[in-house]
Design a protein around this ligand. Sequence first.
Ligand SMILES: CC(C)(COP(=O)(O)OP(=O)(O)OC[C@H]1O[C@@H](n2cnc3c(N)ncnc32)[C@H](O)[C@@H]1OP(=O)(O)O)[C@@H](O)C(=O)NCCC(=O)NCCS
Length: 180
Amino acid sequence: MDYIISADVYIQQLSFEHTHALFRLTEANRDYLREWLPWLDTIRSSEDTRSYIRSTITESSAGGAPNFAVFYRSRLCGVAGFHPVDKHNRTSAIGYWLAEKYTGQGIMTSVVKTLLDIGFQQYALNKLEIHCAENNARSRAIAERLGFTYEATLRECEWLYSKYVNHAIYSMLASEYGSE
Ligand SMILES: CC(C)(COP(=O)(O)OP(=O)(O)OC[C@H]1O[C@@H](n2cnc3c(N)ncnc32)[C@H](O)[C@@H]1OP(=O)(O)O)[C@@H](O)C(=O)NCCC(=O)NCCS
């Protein structure tokens, strides 16, 4: 499924047709993404990208919320979507990344805003979280710009290649959504 976000930006549910472009984008941004994302060493070939896409398709086929390829002026520029949904508690977390040259234009903020619509309206979730490494200022800024509430900082929750990092947890509740 596609969602048009603006004249320049749209998102498309991840599918195998994105495999090669997504692997190439990951390769080109490997060093940039490595600062904050822990999975770069698990993606070494387009077959690895395909396996990742397969896992997102499996998750959404089982009733989970989807993950999307993000396009700017018809070029793939990143990925955004939902972590596995906790169905009993109607909760999920949103994750995202952009290729470096597409940052600084508000693309991801607009995409995450659309993910809020999808999560709260289509999937009837009660709570959406964003987990950012404590020092990941640009990611934290997205949560803050969209009116998420900062809940807490959890200690050493992620191993990032050579060190543990703390996570800043932000959330928005269904009852708060749309009140901004
Ligand atoms: C996190 C990440 C997606 C943020 O990218 P970003 O470009 O800062 O986010 P946006 O696309 O929302 O753009 C916001 C920027 O555009 C600017 N901007 C311009 N027009 C804008 C608009 N209409 N609306 C919002 N922001 C706008 C903002 O001021 C901001 O720039 P600034 O930080 O210089 O002030 C990117 O840094 C990234 O991919 N990092 C590596 C992976 C990562 O950390 N993922 C998150 C893990 S939790």
